[in-house]
Design a protein around this ligand. Structure first.
Ligand SMILES: Nc1ncnc2c1ncn2[C@@H]1O[C@H](COP(=O)(O)OP(=O)(O)O)[C@@H](O)[C@H]1O
Ligand SMILES: [Mg+2]
Length: 228
């Protein structure tokens, strides 16, 4: 099985003035192609910090993050940004969509940033994906004109439009009611299977976590046995 992402002995210490906070301690993690992994843990256990490091949005204090055989640590911001844009998709608890743009424009944005396809083609791919997430009737709506569940569907389409090999999702259903959370997770899983994307998802919800291939529990910045 091919390894998409490998983290080795990750430590993260926030050092602000005379306050040092060790948030992550000696974490290892491997994500294989197409795999569905759930990370659970109480608030403050370091889940978001870990996803930031894995996604190259921040660097660990020590330890290494490898994405597609390349070590992110030794790259500058621009190179890390390119790796992110090429291989990763992100979904957050709060959709982070651009409020002044329509659903199509939000989804097409990552493709336009890549400058690989003309605008018309990018918009068509955005439309195709929005139809697949059940929003064919909301293409021209802006985020403020959509429900919470619909906004997360747009965010999913945006994360997948570049066909990333790994999607990092930080509590993607955390802001939704139970039924919406279930259907969003189901949609993610289905798209993941057809697009052969790996998914690393942080969730509070153990019933959602149970539907992943593998569950990991983060406690005070360390892996613990999930079944405890
Ligand atoms: N920029 C920062 N500076 C100092 N401490 C931080 C910073 N970001 C997060 N922390 C601390 O790191 C810990 C883990 O935060 P976080 O990764 O957001 O946890 P989770 O996502 O599991 O709720 C918290 O105690 C938080 O206060
Ligand atoms: Mg968090």
């Amino acid at each position: 099985m091919s390894e998409i992402l490998v983290a080795k002995n990750i430590n993260k210490i926030y050092d602000e003035g005379n306050i040092r906070t060790q948030v992550l301690t000696g974490l290892d993690l491997t994500v294989n192609a197409g795999e569905r992994i759930a990370i659970v843990g109480t608030s403050g256990s370091g889940k978001s910090t870990l996803l930031h490091l894995l996604g190259g949005l921040d660097v660990p204090t020590s330890g290494e993050v490898w994405l597609h055989g390349k070590c992110l640590n030794n790259m500058n911001e621009t190179e890390r940004g390119e790796m992110r844009n090429k291989h990763l998709g992100f979904i957050y608890q709060f959709h982070h969509l651009l409020p002044e743009f329509t659903a199509i424009e939000n989804v097409a944005m990552p493709l336009l940033l890549r400058k690989e396809v003309p605008i018309k083609e990018a918009r068509q791919q955005a439309v195709d994906l929005l139809e697949r997430v059940g929003l064919g009737h909301r293409l021209e709506h802006r985020p403020g004109e959509l429900s919470g569940g619909e906004r997360q569907r747009v965010a999913i389409a945006r994360a997948l439009v570049t066909k990333p090999s790994l999607v990092l999702a930080d509590e993607p259903t955390g802001n939704l009611d139970y039924d919406n959370a279930q259907s969003i997770f189901g949609l993610l899983a289905e798209l993941q299977d057809t697009m052969k994307t790996a998914l690393l998802m942080v969730t509070h919800d153990r019933s959602l976590a149970a539907m992943a291939d593998r569950q990991m529990l983060l406690k005070n910045g360390k892996w613990e046995n999930f079944d405890d």
